[in-house]
Design a protein around this ligand. Sequence first.
Ligand code: ADP
Ligand code: ADP
Ligand code: MG
Length: 667
Amino acid sequence: MFTKILIANRGEIAARVITTARRMGIATVAVYSDADAGALHVEMADEAVRIGPAPVAESYLLGDRIIDAALSTGAQAIHPGYGFLSENPDFVEAVEAAGLTFIGPPASAIRAMGLKDAAKDLMIEAGVPVVPGYQGADQDPDLMAAEADKIGYPVLIKARAGGGGKGMRLVEDPADFAEALKAAQREGQSSFGDPACLIEKYITTPRHIEIQIMGDGHGNVVHLFERDCSLQRRHQKVIEEAPAPDMPEAVRAAMGRAAVEAARAISYTGAGTVEFIVDGSGPLREDGFWFMEMNTRLQVEHPVSEAITGLDFVELQLRVAAGERLPIAQDDLRIDGWAFEARLYAEDVAKGFLPATGTLDHLSFPDGTRFARGPVRIDSGVREGDEISPWYDPMIAKVVVHGPTREVALNMLAQALGACHVAGSVTNLAFLGALARHDGFGKGKVDTGLIARDIAALSDTSAPNDLAVALAALGALGLLDVPDSTDLFTAFTGFRLWGAAQHLVHLDAGDTRIEARVTLHGAGRFTVETSEDAVTLTAHPAEGAFVRIQREDRRVTAKVLRTGPRITVFSGSRSHGFTTVDPLAEAEDAGAGGDGLTAPMPGRVLGVSVAAGDTVTKGTALIVLEAMKMEHTLRAPRDGQVAELLVGEGDQVADGTLLLTLEPGDD
Ligand code: ADP
Ligand code: ADP
Ligand code: MG
């Protein structure tokens, strides 16, 4: 066995590999770009080597520099993780030429599966069923159109070098074929440097079911059952599960056999995945699955298979790479329970899953294991305070659960997702939560079109409820800040300083402006009124950053975070983001001078709380203006005395109208 390995990757997969290596007594070397100098994987490794600036082409894709790092630190082998150099046969050869071991399949196996067309031809030879289609070298558009007619519409055009869901076009009408072919070729060229395409019959109501395989250098290959990855958006996986719902034993055996044959055909070693497209229009059939492609690496979603088999796939990879025989035979393997994985990303679901960036002001996960099997397993390469940068994949964590049955595991997933608290970036958490509670998914009725069909309901960002708004208002005033003192009786006693006054808070929740009026009745006891409703509650500090809320005869726990103007409320299984608005700053932006207050927008004066001659301090609420159905509180721009009041309640004012003036200041 190796005594030291280098991990040619970053983020959660680097941390994942380091965890198993450490458990096996193997020292680890991390590599990092400038953007990752303080990253988790660097902190976890025994040693780390800088390989270049942030862009991947100048760091994580520089094979030579990574090999140099391994040689100079005395590592004997390189684990590539997934992505980056993991499926680059030239890199594998360079690693071996340097006298190091590549922890993965041989270069020849990667090459054989690297292009989808050649891989399909190989599979046909090996007797593995493939999706009917055309994968010839002749790329003449007319010939390809004729082939598409023969296959029968709808067809799917795929760039043969494609990956990550890119370079694919679904064509339903022959009239659109020529245009779609051009588009797929363009995308193949720009993303993968290869315009060649193949055409496939588009399987309607498709399910994506893949088989995990593992081979050693002694001719042994086993399959570790299937994963269902049908929940996809834009051909990318969102939630994966193992085993697949409603999988008949005979179909499982047939798919497993086909995957093992595929692996044998290319003398595969290490961990790999054979992906099949499956007819999901009815019960799964032995003649209803077809080879799509093989991924010659450890896959993102491997933890669900680890959960149901009780194995550590990174350990198996290391043992096989070190020359050992597989410690398991096909007949030893059993499926234990059910597992799900949800991919938690910094992305804006409402904006078409646009990747997001940001600093993780707050990050907390449910209790559970990290990078190792357990009922709740969180694999995350980032920590609170880390930045989701634009340089790399915006994954925050993989949330993995393992339960005795599908129903229990799915409940566990919903629960675990609800206990993931992220502030500082938009995430897909609410979307994942909605998916975990989706009726059809719950019944196991999955297909690759499910998300697209129900996207509106799944991305429903319903307005925050009255309790969330009330907590945000209290949080904005700092009333729920957990005290440093451990004496809970003195907690939340802001009222002593405040008296029983009312306080106005302005919050933005998405496009909605909320004005909340907060009244303090006593220690931790508040009423929050908005134009919609009034909420009276009592708040007590609870464990960690949580507060316990008693509202009439119901008690809940919640967490309210304040980072700059941002307020994030976690209650129930939802989180809601708010921004505190400073109407003063807004008014200043709108041109209110130091000696006067002008209307920042046209509106109606709802209330005036001062009279000429009154002394005011900076920030005192002076006038409430109603505009565009929202209330805006205008505050004193500085300390001073009101000179002249120019408007009264009920007045309609134009944008920029001077509302009152202050006595000139001393300076
Ligand atoms: P998996 O099949 O393992 O779930 P995907 O098919 O979604 O993974 O992506 C394939 C692999 O390629 C993953 O390891 C992912 O990290 C990587 N990958 C996908 N898109 C990109 C990209 N644009 N740049 C770099 N790596 C990518
Ligand atoms: P990639 O290399 O991008 O992962 P794949 O060939 O694995 O490309 O296809 C990605 C996804 O596209 C699949 O998971 C599936 O959802 C869909 N898909 C691929 N081929 C077909 C097909 N013939 N019919 C229907 N859907 C397909
Ligand atoms: Mg694929």
